[in-house]
Design a protein around this ligand. Structure first.
Ligand SMILES: C[S@@+](CC[C@H](N)C(=O)[O-])C[C@H]1O[C@@H](n2cnc3c(N)ncnc32)[C@H](O)[C@@H]1O
Length: 257
């Protein structure tokens, strides 16, 4: 289903509106985000598992399969973090395929190193250190809210995809109903940190989940994400929704040169 869209977006669109209490400008935003993920890297898988009731790996693999990932493909996983999407991609593409995980956070990449996901590269989605048309498939899990600019990111994804290649971008979106939105906020910012474990772990989980929720709330609409994909040159991007909150953006590069 395609959601209604707001007015066309200019090029150069941040994925979230201003949340000024976290940073003053783009340079400090970038540092804040990198520092947050560096610090919370050792807790990330635990917090993710709490949030998803342990279904995260299954959901990621299922979403990738439904999006068309097949054995033998070459995959770039942007914002790989601790490797949760990369691991599932690796399980699908197998030994004849390849998975490259990219992330700006050294702390996250350090945790991903244990996960046998293939090659790991430090970098930003908006400026990919990859050759043109070098991947069959690009994935990005739950990180759209952290890039500087959707247009830059999507043009880079299109550039590194071979003609006919496809991208699958997973993200949490704010539920449409106010009640569901309030329930999700309470779960993420109050309940989940409470059961996160001992005090230091609880404090890190609370910070991460508060930021998680604030960026979900400030995120541009799914319709605007689709518009930005179209503006970047993807002819017919689509969005699927699971349980009202898990957005799956699918975009294929046209098959010609
Ligand atoms: C919530 S984690 C997602 C990890 C993993 N993909 C998953 O499915 O759980 C967000 C990741 O995005 C990374 N990130 C932040 N800004 C980024 C950017 N501009 N380009 C690529 N990755 C970025 C962070 O370092 C962090 O590892």
């Amino acid at each position: 289903m395609r959601p209604e869209r707001s007015a066309p977006m200019p090029q150069g669109t941040p994925p979230i509106g201003p949340i000024d209490h976290y940073w003053a400008d783009e340079a400090s935003r970038k540092l804040f985000v990198r520092d947050l993920f560096d610090r919370s890297a050792p807790e990330y898988d635990h917090v993710e598992s709490l949030l998803a009731f342990g279904t995260g790996p299954w959901y990621r693999r299922d979403a990738l399969r439904r999006a068309g990932l097949r054995p033998g493909m070459k995959v770039l996983d942007i914002a790989t973090g601790t490797g949760l999407v990369a691991r599932e991609a690796y399980a699908i593409v197998g030994g004849t395929g390849l998975v490259v995980g990219l992330d700006p956070s050294a702390g996250m990449l350090e945790c991903a190193r244990d996960a046998a996901t293939g090659i790991l590269v430090r970098g930003y989605g908006e400026c990919l250190p990859c050759r043109d048309a070098s991947f069959d498939f690009v994935t990005m899990g739950f990180a759209l809210r952290h890039v500087a600019d959707l247009g830059l990111l999507f043009r880079e994804i299109r550039r590194v995809l071979r003609p006919g290649g496809a991208a699958c971008i997973l993200e949490i979106s704010r539920p449409r109903s106010r009640l569901a939105s309030a329930a999700l906020q309470a779960f993420m910012t109050r309940l989940a940190p409470l059961v996160a474990g001992r005090a230091p772990r609880r404090a890190e989980a609370r910070t991460l989940l508060k930021f998680y929720w604030d960026t979900i709330e400030a995120c541009v609409s799914p319709g605007d994400v689709l518009l930005a994909l179209e503006a970047a040159g993807f002819p017919a991007p689509r969005r699927g929704v699971v349980l009202g909150i898990f957005s799956e953006y699918l975009a294929a590069r046209e098959a010609g040169p």
